[in-house]
Ligand binder design. Structure first.
Ligand code: GLA
Length: 378
């Protein structure tokens, strides 16, 4: 759990007064990976791991920010049109500029922030950071006038315009809308969503962080998105959500093998999300788990966003009798998400840890999933 007192003390030490605290969480995603920017469904939940900040206005036009975990300080004017070059500070700067663009008069402020969402683990530490700032600035300078979906879009626009990752809306949506004990099914085309209470009797969700840092900035993530957009436009539809298997097969001779396989993954994932929703109605976790393994296969072989360490963890999970396991989030490292029987948990932890250490000489990190609330004032 994040220790807010540390942030408050640091704020007082640096700026000589007290500030107000806000928090926004990272997320998990049960199923529906790389479907958000294809207009499809996702199934995320907010987690307890969060980013928090302590803020107070300073009466001028400067933002003075200090990132506790990175021991990184930066200052920029709210009117600066270039912003800092450090990528971590560009998240802060981007949110400030996007909030201003939405019509809120942001004034100068001092801020200290930090958190416990592991960086590069596929748990959306960057969305947590964006959402924490977006929520705080809207509350502080805008009297809370922007709604949560608008704030999520401000976070997403920050990634697009200031960091260069052409992400979908899932992470920021989850960080803004999370609810303790519930997963959410979001239709990324219409923006409609539903809460699904998550109390899987006899089962639990566990993350395993491979500690291979996933880095979406300047990464092949954007290439995947471009492939999907190319196929959608050739099929004459807005997104792959509206492309059928028949249309894809018709197009096949005109597609590169890579684009074809990527589109196959996305179409398959659409079907899997629906199968999971259906299975959840019946509390059929064995089917949910099977679909998770199938998602991993698609992400590894067709979408090509896995890596040897993650494939090893998924194979190990299967050998140990875990109900479902797959890479989670954007890919290229980070965490696996595992659905397992409660009774398996202890032996899974020790065997996964030991075998990973033997194979890669790296300690993996086991993270039990606790579904928490979305962005809020503390
Ligand atoms: C990253 C992006 C999300 C989503 C996932 C993959 O987390 O930020 O928008 O595309 O990857 O599902």
């Amino acid at each position: 759990m994040i220790d807010i007192d540390i942030l408050k003390e640091e704020f007082k030490r640096r700026f000589g007064r007290d500030g107000i605290a806000y928090v926004a969480p990272g997320r998990i995603n049960l199923i529906g990976e790389h479907t958000d920017y294809n207009g499809g469904f996702v199934f995320p939940g907010a987690v307890e791991q969060s980013i928090a900040l302590v803020i107070s206005p300073n009466g001028n036009d400067m933002v003075n920010a200090y990132a506790v975990d990175l021991q990184l300080a930066a200052s920029f004017s709210v009117n600066d049109t270039e912003g800092p070059s450090d990528v971590n500070m560009r998240y802060v700067y981007g949110v400030v500029r996007e909030i201003i663009a939405s019509g809120i008069a942001v004034e100068g402020f001092d801020v200290v922030y930090g958190g416990d969402v592991p960086l590069g683990a596929g748990m959306s530490s960057s969305a947590a950071l964006e959402c924490c700032f977006a929520y705080a600035l809207n509350d502080f300078f805008g009297g809370g006038r922007l709604d949560r979906m608008t704030l999520a879009k401000i976070g997403q626009a920050t990634e697009h315009k200031y960091v260069g990752v052409m992400c979908g809306i899932m992470d920021q949506f989850a960080s803004m809308h999370g609810r303790k004990g519930s997963l959410m099914r979001l239709d990324c085309r219409s923006g409609e969503y539903e809460y699904y209470p998550w109390h899987p009797d006899g089962y639990r969700l566990v993350l395993v962080n491979s500690c291979v840092k996933h880095e979406l900035v300047g990464s092949p993530y954007n290439d995947r998105r471009r492939s999907c957009e190319r196929v959608a436009s050739m099929a004459g539809v807005e997104t792959l959500r509206d492309c059928t298997w028949e249309q894809l097969e018709e197009l096949r001779p005109r597609l590169s093998d890579e684009d074809y396989r990527r589109a196959c993954y996305v179409l398959g994932e659409k079907d899997r999300v629906l199968a999971v929703c259906d299975a959840l109605q019946r509390d059929d976790y064995e089917t949910v788990g099977k679909q998770m393994y199938l998602t991993h296969e698609g992400l590894a072989k067709d979408y090509e966003v896995s890596c040897v360490e993650i494939d090893f963890l998924v194979d190990k999970a299967r050998q140990l009798g875990v109900t479902g396991s797959r890479i989670m989030g954007g890919g290229f490292g980070g965490c696996t998400i595992n659905l397992m029987k409660d009774s398996l948990y202890d032996s899974f932890c020790s065997e996964a840890r030991q075998s990973y250490k033997d194979r890669f000489d790296v300690e993996c990190q086991i993270i039990p999933v606790v579904i928490g609330d979305g962005a809020r004032k503390l």
